[in-house]
Design a protein around this ligand. Structure first.
Ligand code: ADP
Length: 310
């Protein structure tokens, strides 16, 4: 199965590397406006493949994306000094017009997986530009925030992160929310499990953990300028769930008809991901505070997505 990646900077190449090592797909095609960069990334990753799998990876043009099952879009431009967030967004919308035009012409049946930040707003833009149904335009959203939350909760409780069923929902950004009311350790509500083992999740601990999740990207950026490995692996995991038709529940972004009265807003909820894209959304039971936080997050995103010239 062919997977395309458009934008082979740090994030796009990390996704390619993760897929090559995990054996996701059979062919990976890298496309970038900087063709020499795409070629170099493909060669470098190809040299890692013999140590791990048999995935074929090469650089190409849009035409080489024909028949791709999934195309990851990680192309984008970075902020100029003094540029405000909306102006930067508009420039990235222009990049998406050219990229998505190229992808749709070559691979009209592909599922689009959006990684460019701010990922929720860019998922909205991709959906508008492509005209695809919302379940075929997936944003990486809070997949990584959820992984970070599970890892911190696993540490706190002394259990494996994959036995923690908890999600970060809403915006992939400052307004995101960790949902405590429906979080589980195995089949036990996590707050009562924490009490049973004498490691309570009191308000201060919850706030600390949520802050650590929210601040993780800032901490990494401070140390190395950007983040790419975590999101690269998260993107590979989403693609795997699509190509293997796993129907795994992942917190990813999609344009929703209505979230707490906010219309046409892209944000993350737990969703079943399989061969046709997003098969269903599992709206969790939220308490009043969480509902208000989800609404606020929807409003924060909508303030940008509804102002784009699309
Ligand atoms: P990140 O850290 O998010 O990966 P980078 O700047 O490293 O950001 O990567 C973004 C990539 O997107 C660059 O390699 C750039 O060449 C590519 N890019 C920008 N505009 C376009 C475009 N119109 N078409 C294809 N690729 C593009």
């Amino acid at each position: 199965m062919k997977i395309g990646i458009v934008g082979t900077g740090m994030v796009g190449s990390a996704a390619g590397y993760a897929m090559a090592l995990m054996g996701v797909g059979t062919q990976i095609v890298l496309v970038d406006a900087d063709a020499a960069l795409a070629r170099a990334q493909a060669q470098d990753i190809a040299h890692a493949v013999p140590f791990a799998t048999t995935v074929a990876i090469r650089a190409g043009d849009y035409a080489d994306l024909g028949d791709a099952a999934v195309v990851i879009i990680a192309a984008g431009v970075s902020q100029k000094p003094g540029e405000d967030r909306l102006a930067l967004l508009e420039r990235n919308v222009e990049v998406f017009r050219s990229v998505i035009g190229g992808v749709m012409e070559a691979a009209p049946d592909a599922i689009l997986l959006i990684a460019t930040n701010p990922v929720d707003v860019m998922t909205f833009a991709a959906r508008q530009i492509s005209g695809l149904p919302p379940e075929r335009v997936i944003g990486s959203g809070t997949i990584l925030d959820t992984a970070r939350l599970r890892s911190l909760l696993g540490d706190h409780l002394g259990i494996a992160p994959n036995s923690v069923h908890a999600y970060v929902l809403g915006e992939h950004g400052d307004s995101e929310l960790a949902v405590w009311s429906s979080a589980m350790a195995g089949s036990v509500p996590i707050v009562s499990f924490a009490e049973q083992i004498g490691r309570p999740l009191d308000q201060a601990t919850r706030t600390r953990i949520a802050e650590e999740v929210r601040g993780a990207a800032y901490t990494i950026i401070k140390g190395k300028g950007a983040t790419w490995y975590g999101i690269g692996a998260g993107l590979a995991r989403i693609v795997q769930s699509i190509t293997d038709d796993e129907r795994t529940v992942l917190s990813v972004s999609q344009v929703n008809v209505d979230i707490e009265g906010v219309r046409d807003v892209p944000l993350s909820l737990p969703r079943i991901v399989g061969r046709e894209g997003i098969i269903a959304t599992l709206m969790p039971d939220l308490d009043e505070t969480e509902r208000a936080a989800l609404k606020r997050s929807a409003e924060v995103i909508s303030a940008f997505s509804s102002r784009l010239s699309l």
